[in-house]
Design a protein around this ligand. Structure first.
Ligand code: UD1
Length: 374
């Protein structure tokens, strides 16, 4: 029997895509995307790690737990002032781009590595996609706000996690065809790992009972680099800790400042730990009664988990966690934090889920890239 001729497919044009990671909050955003993009054989994916974070607890462990591939390039930039760190990423990333000749550079979030890689790619005429585009706190004293503005100004494809992102970009004059509302990719990673995040994983390390403790993270320079602000926050937290134990994984910046200023949490109620890995931390947060934080990502994760969150900042680039989630912006004044605590523990905080925080953002982004990289 004569076999049917095979349908003739057009020539498959391979596309090289560089994913950039550097600091802790980047890893959980790139991992699900690289996995989803494997479904498209045309995509040759390359992972570049800038090395902005380098400790096992801030970086190394995340690669293994989130099953990120070994980076194809390690730029090894490490810590430094903003100018030094940004410049080191730029110099090393330019070499990587010249050698790899990517069709697209994917950057995530708002850290210095995000902005530095975007500047390099844009100047080399390489197209840039920004995942988590359009967020604005309106506060330019935050280094992340500068990073967001520069990255979004230069990127060719702006992938937003919430509708307010689209609104900010349109108001800044970005052409609508560059903007795609895709949802929150960090929630993909959260959904995937939640079944593994049992309390038993951490029980031995934290002497608290599930549902009967708060989790605290604090690392913003505006909070921990100023002793008066740091103390004002701690005064409220000491009060709260008398009522509800507070588990506090301490960021290296914060640990250094506490030593420098001679600040400690005071007696009783606090359980200090090293920074935790992704799944251990999710075990901790998903069984908590309350979250206290100045992190961006944790505002979102607490909303996805339905756990009340007090954000210890004057502003947020994630207002959807307040309007559609469990977050309250309480600032850094002792009295305001305590008032927020009373509201959170009397159940006065509504729950909800923002649109497209459904665990399928990586798939949607892959679809956008298929079109974009025809
Ligand atoms: C960075 C990001 C911030 C993000 C945070 C998450 C910028 C501007 N800031 O802040 O948006 O929320 O990561 O953690 O990009 N250090 C270590 N080990 C490490 C990394 C840092 O000890 O692996 C210490 C160093 O003393 C360093 C300090 O932490 O100087 C701060 O690190 P840096 O990367 O400058 O900023 P983060 O505060 O971590």
């Amino acid at each position: 029997m004569k076999s049917e001729p095979l349908a003739t497919a057009g020539p498959v044009t391979e596309r090289t895509i560089i994913h950039v990671v550097g600091a802790r909050p980047n890893f959980m955003k790139i991992a699900p995307l690289m996995e989803a993009m494997r479904a498209e054989p045309r995509f040759r994916q390359v992972l570049v790690n800038t090395g902005q974070h380098y400790d096992e607890k801030m970086a190394g462990g995340f690669f293994r737990e989130l099953k990120l591939p070994t980076p194809d390039r390690d730029l090894g930039v490490g810590s430094g002032t903003h100018a030094v760190q940004t410049a080191k990423v730029m110099v090393a990333f330019e070499d990587a781009c010249l050698e790899l000749k990517p069709d697209l550079v994917v950057v995530v979030g708002d850290v210095n590595s995000t902005m530095a890689a975007t500047l390099v790619a844009a100047k080399l005429g390489i197209r840039v996609a920004h995942v988590e585009a359009g967020l604005r706190s309106g506060d330019r004293t935050m280094p992340e706000e500068i990073n967001r503005i520069v990255t979004d100004r230069l990127a060719d494809l702006l992938l937003t996690p919430s509708r307010d992102g689209d609104e900010h970009l349109l108001a800044e004059g970005v052409p609508p065809e560059r903007i795609r509302f895709v949802g929150n990719i960090m929630i993909d990673t959260l959904h995937r790992h939640l079944p593994m995040a049992t309390f038993d994983r951490i029980r031995d390390r934290v002497p608290v009972e599930p549902g009967q403790y708060a989790v605290l993270t604090l690392h913003r320079p505006s909070n921990v680099d100023h002793p008066a602000t740091f103390e004002s926050i701690l005064a409220a937290l000491r009060d709260i800790a008398r009522d509800l134990p507070i588990v506090f994984p301490v960021h290296p910046r914060t640990r250094a400042r506490m030593a420098e200023f001679g600040i400690d949490t005071g007696a009783g109620g606090f359980v200090l730990t090293e920074p935790l890995g992704y799944i251990d931390f999710l075990s901790l947060t998903s069984h908590a009664r309350l979250i206290l934080t100045d992190s961006g990502g944790l505002q979102e994760e607490s909303t996805a988990l339905g756990i009340p969150c007090l954000t210890l900042r004057e502003n947020t680039e994630r207002p959807v966690t307040i309007t559609h989630g469990t977050n309250q912006l309480v600032g850094t004044r002792t009295e305001d934090i305590l008032a927020g605590y009373r509201r959170a523990t009397t159940g006065a905080v509504p729950e909800g889920k923002p649109e497209l925080w459904d665990g399928r953002t990586a798939e949607r982004i892959t679809g956008v890239f298929r079109e974009f990289l025809r």
